[in-house]
Structure formats: structure tokens, C-alpha cells
Design a protein around this ligand. Structure first.
Ligand code: SF4
Ligand code: SF4
Length: 344
């Protein structure tokens, strides 16, 4: 909407442009708008996928056309969703798809501040001149001058003067619009404002006596503690072991069996780290790979390794082995993952 307002102007100008016949200027404005929407959507798509793939590589690969099929497909999926949802569906998303409004109703009580029209003060509504010698109340009028601005600016198209409605997303656009009108008429602000039901009735309250306030407050504190503990115990290394999908095992001429794996190791710290790679088992397995790997801050590496064993020294079938990756400078930082080793 911000891009649209910069290119096509305010609501009235956009309506005029909609009705105008196609011309060079209209084609130019529409093309620029959709091009910028597309770019914003593509950046948003990259933003989503950047949670799963190192962002520096992702942007480079997407904009140079070198990303893999699945990465490109996911980025475009989110980009198209963003383009359609933010560009075309807009408030329909808020009304029909977003669970926020329904969810929030559960948390409401008479003390919740929400966008509310003060009907007692505003009614009876009606137009009037800006400067009146006789106060409006003597004409039987309230403070609402019925300018309809609050309805015009509402992104979900509702009239807040009809009371609380589930479509209201509490954006506050009607509050600002009404306050501007109040200013012009020299009336008190906040005919529409963030007001609770009890405030409107003049009933005083204390949050500390509200079971909802205490309950939700306790829930938030518990969540913060859990997040804090989780962050504190978070591992600084990420390990993902993937078996070679081409063959279960290989037999060598000197009666040994080998299995190959890809170790995806990520350094989640902000410093360059050296890691020791080892294979752990009660049986005599040996690792055929350079056992120390150096990763820069935030780097992820796919490291191929082979595990070897004497055929006679291990039972046939599947055995469990464990790979471990240890930070050489801080041995407390260690991760491990189990996987299978196959032999004939
Ligand atoms: S707060 Fe926003 S959504 Fe709710 S009535 Fe006002 S303008 Fe409409
Ligand atoms: S903006 Fe304020 S004064 Fe104008 S119609 Fe809405 S409530 Fe009434």
C-alpha cells in the first residue's frame, strides 16, 4: 500500500486512475507499481527461505539464477503468496484468513483497551457548521459530526460507530481520522480512542484484581523463563549426518567394509572454530577423513567421511555408530548423532 500510494497517489487519485482510459501515463504507473510489488515480494520470499539457508548465498544465487530447483521453487512460492496477499487480497486476509482477531476475543474483558467509539459523547450524530454560536448539545447533537472519515479510512471497511466488530484489526486509522475532525471543530480528542468498556462507564478497576491479567502475565513469565533456559543450553554446533544413498556398503580387496556419509556441520558462533570429528562405537571402527575441520563464523560445511571396519571384527547387518563433533578450544561444546553402519 505504501508503494501504491507513492506511485498512484491517495485514495481519490487512485479511484480516478481506475476510471481513466488506458494511456501512457496509466500504463507507466501500473507497470512501476507491479514491478516494485514483485521486487518486494521476491525479497520477502528470500527473507522466509533465509531462515533455512545462509542468507548471503541465497540472495546471490537467486538474483544470479544459480539457486537449486527446490530453493527457487520455495522462494517463488512465498513471493507469489506475498504478491497476491499483500497486493490483491489485502484486508480479505485479515477478515477471512488471519486467526488473530478470533484468538484475541478470548483474551478480552471489560478492562481491555481497544479501539472504541464513545457513543454517549458522539450521539446523536449529525453535520453542522464549524463555528456555531449555539453549542451542538442545544441542537440535540453529540460530538460526532458524521463526516464519515472513520469509515473511509478503515482498511476492513467497517463503521466502528456500530460497536465492537470482529473485523476490526485495531489499526487505529479511524482514531487518527476522527481526532483530525475533532481538532477542526475544536472538540475534545478521542471520540474514537483506545478505551475500555469500564472506562466508558466510568467504572474504576485494578489490573491486579483481574484473573485474566494475572493468568496471562504468569503464562508470559513462564514462556520467557523457558526461552531463557533454552537459549542458555543452546548448542553452538549443528550436526546433521546423511548416509550415502548410492550404496549401503562397499567391500575392499583386503576384507574390509566401508560406509560413506555426509556430515553437515554448522558453526553457529560469531568466531572461526576448529572442530574435532570422531566416530564413537564399542566396535573397532576407524574414520577415513581429516579429523579436524575449520569453519568460519556462521559457516556450514558438507563434509564427506568414510568409516572403515574389518569384516571379521564386526557382526553382519546394521550396527549403530555415533559421530561426534567437538569444539577444540571449548570441549564442552560437543554434538553427536547416531546413524547406521551396514556390513554384509
Ligand atoms: S481500528 Fe482500524 S480496523 Fe478497526 S475500525 Fe478503526 S480503522 Fe477500522
Ligand atoms: S470521524 Fe469521528 S466525527 Fe467523523 S463520522 Fe467518524 S466518529 Fe463521527
Amino acid at each position: 500500500m505504501w508503494i501504491e500510494a507513492r506511485i498512484e497517489g491517495n485514495g481519490n487519485k487512485r479511484k480516478q486512475l481506475d476510471k481513466a482510459p488506458w494511456s501512457g501515463s496509466k500504463i507507466g504507473k501500473r507497470s512501476a507499481k507491479h514491478l516494485l510489488w514483485g521486487l518486494a515480494a521476491l525479497l520477502t520470499g528470500c527473507g522466509f527461505i533465509g531462515y533455512f539457508i545462509p542468507a548471503r548465498e541465497l540472495y546471490l544465487e537467486i538474483f544470479t539464477g544459480n539457486a537449486s530447483f527446490w530453493v527457487t521453487a520455495w522462494v517463488w512460492f512465498f513471493a507469489i503468496c506475498t504478491y497476491l496477499n499483500a497486493g490483491w487480497m489485502r484486508e480479505q486476509m485479515c477478515l477471512h484468513c488471519c486467526p488473530y482477531a478470533r484468538f484475541q476475543a478470548v483474551m478480552f474483558d471489560a478492562n481491555t483497551k481497544t479501539v472504541t467509539y464513545d457513543a454517549q459523547r458522539g450521539e446523536s450524530r449529525g453535520p453542522r457548521k464549524r463555528k456555531q454560536e449555539i453549542p451542538p448539545s442545544e441542537h440535540g447533537l453529540g460530538d460526532c459530526v458524521d463526516c464519515n472519515l472513520c469509515v473511509e479510512v478503515c482498511p476492513t471497511g467497517i463503521d466502528i460507530r456500530n460497536g465492537l466488530q470482529y473485523e476490526c484489526i485495531n489499526c487505529g486509522a479511524c482514531v487518527d481520522a476522527c481526532n483530525e475532525t475533532m481538532l477542526k471543530f475544536d472538540y475534545q480528542q478521542n471520540l474514537i480512542g483506545y478505551i475500555s468498556e469500564n472506562e466508558l462507564k466510568g467504572v474504576s478497576h485494578s489490573y491486579w484484581r483481574s484473573p485474566r491479567f494475572i493468568g496471562y502475565g504468569a503464562a508470559v513469565i513462564i514462556m520467557l523463563v523457558v526461552i531463557g533456559l533454552d537459549l542458555n543450553s543452546r548448542s553452538e554446533i549443528q550436526l546433521n549426518v546423511i548416509r550415502d544413498r548410492q550404496s549401503l556398503y562397499r567391500e575392499t580387496v583386503d576384507n574390509k567394509v566401508e560406509n560413506t556419509y555426509q556430515l553437515k556441520i554448522r558453526n553457529k558462533t560469531q568466531q572461526t572454530k576448529q572442530y574435532q570429528i570422531a566416530v564413537l562405537s564399542e566396535m573397532p571402527f576407524s574414520l577415513i577423513a581429516e579429523p579436524v575441520i575449520t569453519l568460519a563464523a556462521g559457516e556450514q560445511s558438507e563434509y564427506p567421511v568414510t568409516v572403515l571396519a574389518d569384516k571379521a571384527a564386526i557382526p553382519s547387518g546394521r550396527k549403530i555408530i555415533q559421530f561426534s563433533v567437538t569444539d577444540i578450544q571449548e570441549p564442552k561444546q560437543q554434538v553427536s548423532q547416531e546413524t547406521g553402519f551396514f556390513s554384509p
